[in-house]
Design a protein around this ligand. Structure first.
Ligand code: S3P
Length: 438
C-alpha cells in the first residue's frame, strides 16, 4: 500500500475551472457500506463506491475475514453478508494502509469477535493516536495491545465478553463514536456515546437503514447489543470532502463556473459550505434530494472575491477534512482568516497545521501556525515547491492554489491522492487545471 516513488504534481499557474463533473464516492460511507454489508444477513449491493485505496483497504480486510465481495467495478460492489457472528479469523495481520477510519472502526468491530486479529498500516497510520479507541474499548471489556506510545500495531484478543458503556468523548470524533457503536453491537446491554459537538453520523444512518435500532438525541447515540442487520442497497453520494477542492478552486480562479453533481450534503458534513459562504463564496445548492438515507444535491460554484473571517469553532468538526482547501481559500481572501479550536488537525494523515503553514509560506503567503489552528493573511501567491508529506488532501489543496499563483507550483509526494480521490489529476485537468504528473 505504501509506495516508494515520489509522485510529483506540476501545476501551471493561473487558469479557470469550468464545466460539470462528479467527484468520486464518499469515503466515509464507502467504508461503512463494506463493514455493515459484511455483517448483515443477505446480499448488499453498493453503487457509487469509492475505488480509492482507503476504502479498498477496508474491502480487502473483510475478504480476509472470510466475506465474499464482488467488485468493485464501475463503482458497484456486491457483498454476501455473513451476519454479525459469521466473520472468520484472518490468516495474518490486516494491512489498512493510510486509512485511520478503517483502523479505528475495525478495532471496535473486531474487539467483539471470538478470534484474535492484528491491525497494521503505513508509516503515517502507525504513528496516529489509537488510545482514543482502545481506552473506551477496554472499559467495555476488550483486550487490545498497542505500542507504548498508544499506536498500532493493534493486537486484538478475541473471545472477550463486552458490556455496554456510557461514554463521554473528550474529542468530537466520528471515528471514535462509530468504533464504540460497532463494538456495542456485540456488547451486553446498552452502549451510549455522547459527543461534545456534532460529528458525521453515517454509521447511525446506515445502521438504521439496515433495520438496527439506534436512538439518537441531543448529541448522544445509543444502541443495544444482540440485534441483527438486514442487507440493503446503498447508493454512495459523491464526497463533499473531494468536492471541496473544486469549490475552493472555482471560488478563487476568476471566470470559473462549475457544477458538481450528486454531492452528499449530510448536515454533519457541510461546514465547508458554511465557511466558504461566510467568506463570500458564490455557491448554490440545487435540486436537493435524498438517496439511501443521505441527502444529496448539485452544487453550482462561481468565482467570487473572498474575505478573511474568524471561523466559528463550532463549525470545525463539520469541516474537519476540508481545512487544507479552506487554508488556500484564506490565502486568496482579502484580510485575515483565523482558525482556532482545531488541534485535531495535528493528528490527521499529516500534521495539517504545520504542513499547510510550511507550504503556504513556501509560496510567499503569510501563514502563522498556532497550537490549535492558523492565522492567514490573504495576499499574492508565488510559485514554488511544496511537500505534501504523503497527505492526499494537502496535495490537492496546493494543486488548487496554483490557480492564483504567479509561477508554477510543484508538489512532492502525491501518490496518496489515490487514497481518497482516484482520477483527481484527469478530472482537474478536464475542468481546466494545468496539472501534470511525473
Ligand atoms: C471520518 C471521521 C473523521 C475524518 C475522517 C473520516 C469517518 O475523523 O477526519 O477523514 O469516516 O468517520 P475523526 O472522527 O477522527 O475526526
Amino acid at each position: 500500500m505504501t509506495t516508494s516513488t515520489n509522485l510529483v504534481f506540476h501545476v501551471h499557474p493561473g487558469g479557470r475551472l469550468h464545466g460539470r463533473l462528479r467527484v468520486p464516492g464518499d469515503k466515509s460511507i464507502s467504508h461503512r457500506s463494506i463493514m455493515l454489508g459484511s455483517l448483515a444477513e443477505g446480499v448488499t449491493e453498493v453503487g457509487g463506491f469509492l475505488e480509492g485505496e482507503d476504502a479498498l483497504a477496508t474491502l480487502k480486510a473483510f475478504r480476509a475475514l472470510g466475506v465474499t465481495i464482488e467488485g468493485p467495478g464501475d463503482g458497484r460492489v456486491r457483498i454476501e453478508g455473513v451476519g454479525l457472528h459469521g466473520l472468520k479469523a484472518p490468516a495474518g495481520p490486516l494491512d489498512l494502509g493510510n486509512s485511520g477510519t478503517s483502523m479505528r472502526l475495525l478495532a471496535g468491530l473486531l474487539a467483539g469477535q471470538a478470534f484474535d486479529s492484528e491491525l497494521v498500516g503505513d508509516r503515517s497510520l502507525m504513528s496516529r493516536p489509537m488510545r482514543r479507541v482502545t481506552g473506551p474499548l477496554a472499559q467495555m471489556g476488550a483486550r487490545i495491545d498497542t505500542t507504548e506510545a498508544g499506536t498500532a500495531p493493534l493486537r486484538i484478543h478475541g473471545g472477550q465478553r463486552l458490556r455496554g458503556i456510557d461514554y463521554r468523548m473528550p474529542v468530537a470524533s466520528a471515528q471514535v463514536k462509530s468504533c464504540l457503536l460497532l463494538a456495542g453491537l456485540y456488547a451486553e446491554g446498552r452502549t451510549c456515546v455522547h459527543e461534545p459537538a456534532p460529528t458525521r453520523d453515517h454509521t447511525e444512518r446506515m445502521l438504521a437503514g439496515m433495520g438496527y435500532p439506534v436512538d439518537v438525541s441531543g448529541g448522544t447515540a445509543c444502541l443495544s447489543g444482540g440485534g441483527s442487520l438486514r442487507a440493503t442497497r446503498i447508493e454512495v453520494p459523491a464526497d463533499i470532502s473531494s468536492a471541496a477542492f473544486f469549490l475552493v478552486g472555482a471560488s478563487i480562479a476568476p471566470g470559473s463556473e462549475l457544477l458538481l453533481e450528486h454531492v452528499g450534503i449530510n448536515p454533519t458534513r457541510t461546514g465547508v459550505l458554511d465557511i466558504l459562504e461566510r467568506m463570500g463564496a458564490d455557491i448554490e445548492v440545487l435540486n436537493p434530494r435524498e438517496t439511501g438515507g443521505e441527502p444529496v444535491a448539485d452544487l453550482r460554484v462561481r468565482a467570487a472575491p473572498l474575505r478573511g473571517i474568524e471561523i466559528p469553532p463550532e463549525l470545525v468538526p463539520l469541516a474537519i477534512d476540508e481545512f487544507p482547501a479552506l487554508f488556500v481559500a484564506a490565502a486568496c481572501a482579502e484580510g485575515t482568516t483565523v482558525l482556532t479550536g482545531a488541534e485535531e488537525l495535528r493528528v490527521k494523515e499529516s500534521d495539517r497545521i504545520q504542513v499547510m503553514a510550511d507550504g503556504l509560506q513556501a509560496l510567499g503567503v503569510e501563514a502563522h501556525p498556532t497550537a490549535d489552528g492558523m492565522v492567514i493573511h490573504g495576499g499574492p501567491i508565488a510559485g514554488g515547491r511544496v511537500h505534501s508529506h504523503g497527505d492526499h488532501r494537502i496535495a490537492m489543496a496546493f494543486a488548487m492554489a496554483a490557480l492564483r499563483a504567479s509561477g508554477p507550483v510543484d508538489i512532492d509526494d502525491c501518490a496518496n491522492v489515490n487514497t481518497s480521490f482516484p482520477g483527481f489529476v484527469d478530472l482537474a485537468a478536464r475542468a481546466g487545471l494545468g496539472v501534470t504528473v511525473s
